[in-house]
Design a protein around this ligand. Structure first.
Ligand SMILES: [Zn+2]
Ligand SMILES: [Zn+2]
Length: 270
């Protein structure tokens, strides 16, 4: 089975550099069987992405891409919603009338401050990770998300690939977070983006994926977090094989995502 890439940004995200059409052409060229666009959606007025995303424009461009490329490529319509617990109610209301194949929930802020190299330098790293994982747990418990994004994202700024899984102090918080994702029936997202970053590792690492499996987690989604077509599909094939070896299933169909958090959210009246 050909690989899939379920984490992609285009010019419909504030920081994307490629169009939906360019992504579809490239995906077909490199042999992907499915793509899921995950445009940024932010509710924090201080975020550079605030107010940028246009759902109607996005929907019409995805419809057009499905008309042009649907015979050769499965095209899913998702968003990467920035999760901050203080905006959860707003996000819940916004999602209510949206038709999306995937709502990926990602934490980029801790205590209202965006993660950065300066933040990881000036704060105790265990405390920072604890606060980060606390937000991730709340994101899973919200029931809003089909998948939970880049669980050990702090390492993007520390460059230390294994800090989270090797710090004794963080083990209980890490396990509680994975258990919360499992209990709330969200998939765990594993991105290949870190392979080309300072940490040179998956986000989260395979060690964390194995812990997720040991705790009862079964489904992951895989993505490159591409913002340019040259990144599209990077490493997804190898990661799919490694995931299968590790005993977790890579979600490749929209229905499988719907059966996770989003369906649960629907039952909760969202
Ligand atoms: Zn993200
Ligand atoms: Zn992203």
């Amino acid at each position: 089975m050909n690989p899939v890439d379920f984490h992609i940004h285009t010019t419909l995200s504030c920081d994307g550099h490629c169009t939906i059409e360019e992504v579809c052409r490239k995906a077909i060229e490199i042999g992907l069987q499915a793509v899921c666009f995950t445009e940024h959606f932010d509710l924090d007025t201080n975020d550079p992405g605030y107010g940028f995303f246009n759902y109607e424009e996005y929907s019409s461009q995805v419809d057009e891409a499905r008309r042009c490329f649907g015979g050769q490529l499965t095209i899913l319509k998702g968003i990467e919603a920035d999760y901050q617990s203080r905006f959860e109610g707003q996000l819940r209301r916004w999602l209510k009338d949206k038709e999306l194949d995937l709502v990926l929930g990602s934490v980029h802020y801790v205590d209202g401050v965006t993660l950065s190299e300066e933040l990881v330098r000036t704060r105790n790293l265990d405390e920072l990770y604890e606060a980060y994982l606390g937000e991730v747990r709340l994101s899973a418990e919200s029931g809003l998300f089909g998948a939970i994004g880049h669980l050990d994202y702090v390492k993007k700024y520390t460059g230390d690939a294994s800090y989270l899984e090797s710090s004794d102090r963080l083990q209980s918080a890490l396990e509680a977070t994975l258990q919360s994702i499992i209990r709330n029936r969200a998939a765990l997202e594993v991105s290949t983006k870190g392979l080309v970053a300072k940490s040179r590792d998956y986000r989260p690492s395979l060690k964390i994926v194995r812990l997720y499996r040991d705790l009862g987690g079964r489904k992951i989604i895989i993505g490159s977090d591409a913002h340019d077509t040259y990144v599209l599909g990077t490493g997804v094939s190898t990661l799919s094989q490694l995931a299968q070896k590790a005993g977790v299933e890579v979600v490749t169909q929209a229905q499988d995502l719907m059966s996770f958090g989003r369906a649960l959210a629907k039952m909760n009246g969202i």
